[in-house]
Design a protein around this ligand. Structure first.
Ligand SMILES: [Zn+2]
Length: 55
């Protein structure tokens, strides 16, 4: 689980700084603008372009 307060702070590192949503099935963070997916490790979203993958 991710602390709900974290969601207000999360934004994609892409140029658009898109809002992100949680893909509960895959346990990933998904940018609603560019579609990049970021892993969650130990409950912490890893919002790094180096760690992202295309959906
Ligand atoms: Zn993005």
């Amino acid at each position: 689980m991710i602390d709900p307060a974290l969601w207000d702070l999360l934004a994609c590192p892409c140029p658009a700084h898109g809002d992100v949503t949680h893909d509960a099935n895959l346990g990933e963070i998904v940018c609603t603008v560019c579609g990049l997916r970021f892993p969650i490790r130990d409950g912490i979203p890893v919002m790094l372009l180096d760690e992202a993958r295309k959906s």
